[in-house]
Design a protein around this ligand. Structure first.
Ligand code: ZN
Length: 271
């Protein structure tokens, strides 16, 4: 009898062990991060004209690029920012987001979340390619853009109520496990967000959105003269830099050509 009890206890312990392994496999899905080219770069820009409200960066010319990203979380996919529109003239992407996804053997229908850092045209151009995805966007940006006919055009599908929409007032832990978090970083626009992606091998990565447009802008807490709120921008810089320091994160400035190489070149992904 004692032998049977012991065997039952061992079997019970083994099954607990097996279910614990299953649970841990479920709670740590594979997460990858891939950069898409989301616009065609023009000649280097004199950033002293628009990207400062304190007459900084005199004579500095910066190569601006346009970046979107794919985040894989286990079996789920999210796209961060929708880039320039295919009809944006000289800055239109050479290859659409849908066609870049096809090179990864994915379709727009497989994207669960289309998340937008802010409502400017160079970040929303192809959002309409993801009608089945849940749109994640800062609430204060959503409230502003739905009053602005120009910015609202690409979002028609969600404005009419046909698409799934979740507006984000503060932070948004997208998958509920802390691995992919939209961070409330207002100031460039009222509802602007940055994105934290915690990768197993590379470690935490912070995508700036347009909190900063280039390295010198980031290092000097520079405020472009077209930002919606100077105080909020400076507060967001303070928070973002503290997060970067505490997590020892890789900071990627989405518009800075010098930061492209911080991720493997498309179609490869960081893990
Ligand atoms: Zn931008």
């Amino acid at each position: 009898m004692r032998y049977v009890m012991t065997m039952l206890a061992i079997i019970a312990a083994m099954s607990v062990c097996a279910s614990a392994q299953t649970a841990s496999a479920q709670t740590v899905p594979e997460i990858t991060l891939t950069r898409f080219d989301c616009g065609t770069s023009q000649a280097p820009t004199d950033v002293s004209l628009r990207f400062t409200d304190t007459y900084a960066y005199s004579g500095l010319k910066i190569q601006i690029v346009y970046s979107c990203y794919l985040i894989r979380h286990g079996d789920d996919y999210m796209v961060w920012d929708a880039g320039q529109s295919m009809s944006a003239g000289a800055v239109a992407p050479k290859v659409s987001l849908a066609d870049q996804l096809a090179q990864l053997k994915l379709t727009p229908q497989q994207i669960k979340f289309i998340a937008i850092s802010h409502y400017h045209a160079d970040h929303i151009g192809q959002v309409g390619s993801f009608p089945n995805a849940t749109l994640l966007i800062g609430k204060r940006d959503w409230d502003a853009l739905t009053k602005n006919s120009e910015s609202s055009v690409p979002f028609a599908h969600w404005i009419t109520g046909a698409g799934k929409l979740e507006t984000v007032l503060q932070d948004k832990d997208v998958f509920g496990d802390g691995t992919v978090v939209m961070l409330n970083m207002p100031g460039h626009t009222p509802g602007h967000h940055s994105l934290l992606v915690r990768l197993k091998n590379k470690g935490p990565v912070l995508l700036t959105g347009d909190l900063a447009h280039f390295r010198e802008n980031y290092d000097s807490d520079g405020v472009p003269n077209f930002n919606t709120d100077r105080t909020e921008t400076l507060s967001s810089f303070d928070r973002f830099k503290k997060i970067a320091r505490n997590l020892k994160a890789t900071v990627i400035i989405q518009h800075d050509a010098r930061d492209i190489a911080k991720l493997p070149p498309f179609p490869a992904a960081a893990h």
